[in-house]
Structures are given as C-alpha cells and as structure tokens.
Write a protein that binds this ligand. Sequence first.
Ligand code: GDD
Ligand code: MN
Length: 416
Amino acid sequence: MLNVNDTIQQTRENQKFVSIIIPTFNESMNITDLLNQIQSHIPIETNVEIIIVDDNSPDGTGHIVEKYIAEKMYQPNSVNDKETRTINHLNKNISIKVIHRREKAGLISALVNGIGLSRGQNVLIMDADFSHPPEVINKMITELKNQPNCIIIGSRYIRGGAIKGMPFKRFLLSVGANFIARHGLSLKNVYDPMSGFFAFPKHALQDVEFNTNGFKILLEILIKKKSNICVKEIPYTFKDRKHGQSKLDLPIILDYLKAVWKLYRYGRKSKKQDTQSEKRRSVRFISKAARFYTVGASGVVLNYLVSILLSNGFFGSLGYLQATAIGIAVSVTTNFLLNKFWTFEDKNVEAIRFIKQYGMFVGCSSLGILIQFLSIYFLSESGISYDISLLLGVTIASVSNFLFNKKLTFKENIWD
Ligand code: GDD
Ligand code: MN
C-alpha cells in the first residue's frame, strides 16, 4: 500500500502546486471536453499537473488522452511548440499525464496510484463525468493557497450546495451513506464526508496508509489525517453524469459498508491508544514531581546538617552566616545534580550545557523564593492569617519551582 511519505519526497524535487487526479473508466465521451474545461479554470501562473488514471477502458479513454497530450499540450522539446501552444490556448504551467492500469481495479486504488505518482504539493480529486463542475476548481485552488493546512471539500450539503438530476434511488443511497458516516464515524462536523470532489495538502497524510476499497477515499482521509489539519467545505452543485454510466453497483455498496466498519474500528483503536498514552503521561508527570520534592526535602536536611556540623565544631567552627551560606550552596548543588540525573533523567554532561543548566536552576530557585515572599506578603496583607498565608505561599512557590525548572532548566514540556 502507498506510503504518502515517498511522494512528499518526490514532490520536493519537482514542485507542482497541485496535482489534479481524475480516475476514468469508459469516459471517452467526457474526457476531451473535461480536459479543455479544467484548463480554462486554472488560475494563471499556477503550476498544475493533471493525472488521468485509466483502467484500460474498453472505449479507449486512455488513448484519447494520449492523443490529446500529443496534439494539444505544450511540448518543451517540440520544434513547433509555439504553434502547439496557440492551437490549444493553454498555459505552459499545465501538464497532463496518463497512468494506464492493466484492468479495472476500483476507484480508491486508482486514486491511491495517482497520488503515489503525483508531484504536487497538493492533490485535488474529481470525477470525469462532469458531476463535479470544473469551474469550482479555481475556488478550490484559491482555498488551498489561503489555507495550507486544510482539506477543502466540495460539499453538496451545505448552504449553496445542491444535487441536480440524480435518480431518487441514488439520492436516498447517498443520504443514507452520508448519515452512517457522519454519525457512525463521529464526523458530525463535516457535512459531506462522502464527497468525491476535494483537495488537500499532501502533508496532511504523512504516514497514512490506505487500506479500504470502494469509492470513498475521503472518509479514510478524514479519519486518518493528522489532528492539526482542518476541514473546510465549499458548496457546489452536483449534476448527474453528462454521458455514460455510473459504476456504482451492489459490490461497491458492500465495499462501502466494509470500509465504514474498518474505519470505525480504526477510530476506536486510536482513541484507546490516546487514552493510554494520556495515562502514561500523567503517571510520568506525577512521578517526576514526586522525585523533585523528594530531592527538595533531602536538600533541606542536607542544608541543615552541613550548616550545623560546620558551626558546632564537628567539621569546623565557622560563623553562622558562613555556615548557612555553605549549607545553602551544598544543598542547591546536590539538588541540581539529583534533579538532573534522577528526576529529569538528563544524562548529558557537556560542560557548557551543564553550567547553563546550573545557572538556570539557581535562577528558578531564587524566583521560587521571590514568589514565596510576594505571595505571603499579598495574602497576609489581604487579611489572611500568617499561618495560612505561609502554607499557601510555600505551596505556590514549590509548585512554580517544579514547573519553572521542568520547562526552563530541563527544557521539557510542562505536561509531558
Ligand atoms: N480508474 C478507475 N477505475 N476509475 C473508475 C473506476 C475504476 O474502477 N470506477 C469508477 N471510476 C471513475 C469514473 O470513470 C468516474 O470518473 C469516477 O470514477 C466516478 O465514477 P462514477 O461511476 O461516475 O461514480 P458515481 O457517480 O456513482 O459516484 C460518484 O459520486 C459520489 C457522490 O454521490 C463518485 O464521485 C463518488 O466518489 C462520489 O462520492
Ligand atoms: Mn458519476
């Protein structure tokens, strides 16, 4: 199955802004007209490639496209390229290619193949039968430019969107399938998750592997996209196909139900993993806090012992100021070392980093003292008794001490 990372790599080497991917099976009556119309709706100066993925259509669709490319498209090496260009009034930034597949292997697999061989930063997907109006492409491309982190969906079910000329049976099927997807797969915020007309930046699919069959690749994209990718719907009017026949049949409806079931299970599994990792995260946070305060407590004891033993003649008979200063210096240092190696498990002993961290640790601890003074001052000035203020002040200072050191000294995320 396709891993989208490969195409992201290719993309960097030969940038196109968007690859328009069109699957075809027996679309000979539509394809020429469609290629003409699409090209007239691409904004100038936008680098576009159009990829037709044809499944060896018996009516010769694939060959018609080959002929179209040879006769009408701009050929960089051709002698009469000027002439060719004027014949077809087309712009050099547009190229067309056909992928010929050996046999009819399904719409999703055609699209996955197309995406795999595309060189666009973005991908736009549409049908070949004029159900998806080429004039909307312009708007989609503009949206891709304005919202580089969004999937842009051509939508029949938002204000301004509509369906025209669809047989009633198909309409019911479409509405039913839509209901199942939106409610069964928790896609309530998307009005047309079954759309076959949409565009997205390739990075939205980093690490995604497709493994459903049928017609509804957008569903899989919506379920598996990265969480920071937004969805924007723009309205359009779906028209029944101009020529030829729909390929929607019973096996495709069954494929659809299978796909929904697979994606439903996928969604549940990843939710479970999320809660598990959320749990692991809070355990990590609490255990780090516990170690940090254990270190703090050991520091208090050490501070006390060192100062006493240096002043009472056991190790020396220093004055109490000097003894206190040395007590503080020793405990701050041991606190730092224990927190570095034990609490935050930072084994890096590079000298410069070490000194910077030590400085930051002393800074954060002093900030803690300042915070303690200030909070006690404000609390007791506002009428709260000293013992309660002290308790609150110590708590606020120790919590902020932990958080500041976690974030600033040891460069961790607060909640991680
Ligand atoms: N290469 C290839 N292989 N193309 C295929 C295949 C296939 O097996 N099956 C269908 N296509 C192509 C058709 O030639 C057409 O361009 C496009 O895929 C859609 O096929 P239709 O047969 O026109 O499908 P539809 O009109 O019933 O369904 C469309 O409408 C739905 C909305 O109700 C599709 O666009 C769906 O994606 C869309 O959700
Ligand atoms: Mn159709």
